[in-house]
Ligand binder design. Sequence first.
Ligand code: 13P
Length: 252
Amino acid sequence: MRRYVIAGNWKMFKTRGEAINFLLQVSDKVPSQYDVESVVCVQAPMLRDCVKRQGDNLRIGAQNMHFKDSGAYTGEVSAALLEELEVSYVIIGHSERRQMFNETDETVNLKIKQALNYNLKPIICVGESLEIREAGTTKEFVENQVVKALDGISKEACQELIFAYEPIWAIGTGKTATKEIAEETCKDIRNIIENLYDKETAQKVRIQYGGSVNPGNIDELLSQEDIDGALIGGASLDAEKFLYMVNAALKQ
Ligand code: 13P
């Protein structure tokens, strides 16, 4: 049985004060980590304050990090610093970073390795644009992203990873993938991992769906066999909605 992971990606939303307010509302209400892993990924400057207020069961994640230990990389954040701040998760390769900040399959691969070196759990984002979906090449496109992400990653390390299938056309558009479409690609990702490693590894990897997930659609998405959680943008900013969605995973 794979444990559900419900992660909020707050992107460049919320000030420190707003974030603390949210954590005060939710941190003692989220279920035990042993039942559902609940995470919110916040802007880097407030990671420390959020970790201090995460409570026993909510975890804090970063939205990006650099793949080098240290160096002249103005504006970047190192994995060593994230580990020191007791950050637990890091989103890697979000489509917004791929599209706007030159993230490539190669840097995604380097970042996954770096995150693992520093005890951070990577949430690796993959997913196709509308053009690719309409051209009917989603499977090949996502396969290429997954294979390149996993280059040089051991079977044991792979088993700890979390993938997030986020079709770009569903992000922030209110156009959620149907549960069938979401399940189809999440299953494809699991099959790719089985082909690269083995069945045991494929069964252990968690695969989230992301793209306009909200309290109205999360139950049916999580009911799918290969969907092990959600990576949620807009709806995760609201404390009540976030708690609803975490509890939806608990009920499955
Ligand atoms: P929305 O839930 O706002 O569509 O964002 C999804 C996302 O990009 C999460 O990483």
